[in-house]
Design a protein around this ligand. Structure first.
Ligand code: SMG
Ligand code: MG
Length: 368
């Protein structure tokens, strides 16, 4: 497609409740929204899942805004035509920043598919029309508050609960939740909060029949995860460490992970996500779709991905109401623990421009 212009905006949305992880507490979601328009008037939307601060990954909103304006857009503007399939290679000389690159690739892909009157789910190879939903539960001030929050999600129909853990908030909350819901699919996510020496401690989670322990150690410590995987019975699932197809291949070869969390922003986009999915399907490694507190824009695309056949575990693809009082698109509403995969052209949803304008804290249009 022939790019005409990009619109970049930062938006700010309060969360319905604070979300505490081992690396910090979030009470609102700030993120970068990208809109591309081509010379035929096709429009594409995407969100950059980077957070306000570089705590989950080195990327952050203000940094990515600068990177996109200073380097990435000028590089794309050098080409007379750009296809989504070429974006990763065009931007490869600029190191890192998979979330920024994923946002640009996805916006271009959305516009391209709308031009071809094709849905993202069909483009990616989806085989399901609805996907099973899990929910990620933050670290609570008290066990009672945790039980209350989990109960509200179980009542809402969520099919899998993920508890955020950290040293001092791990064995006991898991024990109590497991006791209260003896059969609910349950998993934990440490966001790198433990060290190699914590194997014996993490093995105390083994009696609770967890689906997996997500990213217990530092993202660069693949060998540490391989060692831990031999010490604990609960499967290890890498999140932060899986930054590309190659990283997935290496982690699997080293037996550091037996389940993989795929997050398109973390791996540079949906096209790379499908490559990781295909590898895992071939190797019979279950995958599931992670979440980055997306608005409806990013959620729509994640649901298309989660509808691929290898996504056999419920993802962090929760309903809009789990995050926001009002979403930037029509809200995603859960039905018996499932969300429908959008079937319209491109990502299949339209942002509500009036609401988007209301929550926009910065906006700039950059014409080629
Ligand atoms: O989108 O429901 C969601 C959040 C899921 O726990 C979640 N994401 O490490 O998997 C993860 C975290 C990263 C974001 S925490 C602010
Ligand atoms: Mg995680």
């Amino acid at each position: 497609m022939k790019i005409h212009e990009f619109e970049l905006r930062t938006i700010h949305l309060p969360l319905v409740r604070p979300f505490r992880t081992s690396f910090g507490t979030q009470t609102s979601r700030e993120l970068l929204v990208v809109k591309v328009t081509d010379e035929d008037g096709n429009v594409g939307w995407a969100e950059d899942v980077a957070m306000s601060e570089p705590l989950y990954s080195p990327e952050y909103v203000a940094g990515n805004l600068d990177l996109i304006k200073r380097f990435l857009l000028p590089e794309l503007f050098k080409r007379s035509e750009v296809r989504a399939e070429d974006v990763a290679e065009i931007l490869a000389p600029y190191l890192g920043a998979p979330m920024a690159k994923a946002a640009l690739e996805t916006a271009i892909l959305d516009a391209q598919l709308r031009g071809e009157k094709r849905s993202l789910s069909s483009y990616l190879g989806a085989t399901k029309s609805k996907v099973e939903c899990g929910v990620s539960v933050g670290i609570s001030p008290t066990i009672d508050q945790l039980l209350e929050e989990v109960a509200s999600y179980v009542d809402a129909g969520y099919r899998r609960i993920k508890l955020k853990i950290e040293p001092g908030w791990d064995i006991e909350p898991v024990r109590v939740v497991r006791e209260t819901w003896p059969t609910i699919p349950l998993q934990v996510d440490a966001n790198q909060a433990y060290s190699r020496g914590d194997g014996d401690h993490l093995a105390k989670l083994d009696p609770f029949d967890l689906l997996l322990i997500e990213q217990p150690l530092d993202e660069h410590d693949i060998l540490g995860h391989a060692g831990l995987a031999k010490r604990v019975k609960t499967p290890i699932c890498l999140d932060e460490s899986i930054v590309s197809l190659r990283a997935a291949q290496d982690a699997l070869a080293l037996e550091a992970t037996t389940i993989i969390n795929i997050k398109p922003g973390r791996v540079g986009g949906y096209i790379e996500s499908v490559r990781i999915h295909d590898l895992c399907l071939e190797k019979k490694i279950p995958v599931w779709c992670g979440g980055m507190l997306e608005t409806g824009i990013g959620r729509a695309a994640n649901l298309a991905l989660a509808a691929l056949p290898g996504f056999t575990l419920p993802g962090d693809t929760s309903a809009s109401a789990r995050y926001f009082k009002e979403d930037v698109t029509e809200p995603f509403v859960m039905n018996e623990g499932y969300l429908d995969v959008p079937q319209g052209f491109g990502i299949g949803v339209e942002p509500h421009i009036d609401f988007l304008d209301e929550i926009t804290t910065y906006k700039e249009i950059i014409t080629k």
